[in-house]
Every structure is written in C-alpha cells, then in structure tokens.
Ligand binder design. Structure first.
Ligand code: GRF
Length: 204
C-alpha cells in the first residue's frame, strides 16, 4: 500500500465528523491517517475526541491574532510542522484568507449540512425547515474562497418530514455526514478525485 496521506481536521465544536474520520482511519487499508486536529476554540468537545483517540490536538485561537491572514499563517505553520498533506474542515467556524485557500486548493475539503448550492451559511437546518423543502442532505466539497461554494465531490440526501425539528433533521443528516466524509476523503487520498481548472474530475 502507498503511504497514508497525513490529514488534519479543523474543528470548532462537537467533533462528530472528526470521530467518524478517525474511526475510518483505524482500518490500516484506509488511505488517510488523521495526524492532527486543530481547533480555534479551546473548549471544543472535538479536542476530547482527538485526545481519546491519541491524535495530537492543538488550539489556535483566532482571538490571539489581529487579522485573518495572521491567524491562517499560524494554522499553516502548525500544518507544515506536522507534514500535513490534506485538510478536512469539519464544523470549523472561521473563513480562511484567500492566500490560505489558494495554497491548499485541491487538498482542502469541507462538509456542509445541506444539498449545496441550497442553504449556504449558518443555521442551515432552520433554513431548510423554513423553506419547507422535502429533501435535504449533506455535501462534501473542495474549499474555494467563496463560502460553501466549492466544487462538489459527494452528496447524500435525506427526507425532511413535516414533523421534523432542527434536532431530528440534524441527526438524520449527521448520520449521512458520518458516512459521506470518510468516503470522500478516501477518494481524495487515493488520488481518485482531483480539482482541475475549478472542476472536480473523477479518475476511475
Ligand atoms: C456538521 O453538521 C457539518 O456539516 C457542519 O458543522 C457540523 C459539525 O458537526 N459544517 P460536528 O462538529 O462534526 O459534530
């Protein structure tokens, strides 16, 4: 097997997608290893997930920096120090500077809890319920400078029921996220999906 790709997961909170990625990478044949977790929030639950799994976790608070660029430079330095090759954003609540996104383009993924391009931004499940749509889901995409707008690698759909609350819908979508993200990272780490001229290309 070729060398596993050293992957960092960027979080700000709960870390259930982080847990799913770590779980997938326990299989020695999985092509990525979760080598670093970076949180911009010291109290993020996901840091405990990292510790429990023996994955190095690091807090880099955005509050310690006066600009987005300086914060991203600190994040980038931590990634480089750990020889990271792929970034997975999983509930990371900061927008990156264009320079950071350019540097990592084609190697940085995000997961979003809707069927993009519908329902970008925050409070996504509330947006979905307010709109009254009958199908929602989740999307894994390459990160580009514009928020929640990168080329799409994979999506999964779930039904939206009239009785749904934010919580019930969120749980249904999260169950799909936890399958979709490890599958998409696998494709990227194996070189079976690439970003070429702003489009996702699948290579067999
Ligand atoms: C997920 O719904 C993800 O799609 C969104 O933020 C949430 C993070 O959840 N970007 P968790 O921290 O992975 O549990």
């Amino acid at each position: 097997m070729t060398k596993r790709k050293r992957t960092a997961v960027l979080i700000s909170g709960r870390g259930s997608n982080l847990a799913a990625l770590i779980e997938a990478s326990r299989d020695p044949s999985y092509p990525a290893e979760i080598a670093l977790v970076i949180s911009n929030v010291e109290t993020a639950e996901g840091l405990k997930v990292a510790t429990a799994a023996g994955v190095p976790g690091k807090t880099i608070s955005h509050k310690a920096f006066s600009s987005r660029e300086d914060f991203d430079a600190a994040v980038d330095a931590a990634l480089m120090a750990a020889n990271i090759e792929i970034i997975c954003e999983a509930g990371f609540m900061r927008i990156h500077s264009d320079g950071f996104v350019r540097k990592w383009q084609g190697r940085m993924l995000n997961i979003h809890p809707s069927l993009l391009p519908a329902f970008k931004g925050i409070r996504v499940h509330q947006q979905v319920l307010d709109a009254g749509v009958r199908v929602s889901g989740c999307t894994v995409h390459f990160v580009v400078p514009e928020l929640d707008s990168g080329p799409i690698i994979a999506q999964a759909a779930v039904p939206v029921f009239p009785t749904d609350t934010v919580e019930t819908l969120q749980n249904r979508v999260l169950a799909e996220e936890h399958k979709l993200y490890p599958a998409a990272l696998k494709q990227l780490a194996e070189g079976r999906v690439v970003l070429r001229e702003g489009k996702v290309v699948f290579l067999g």
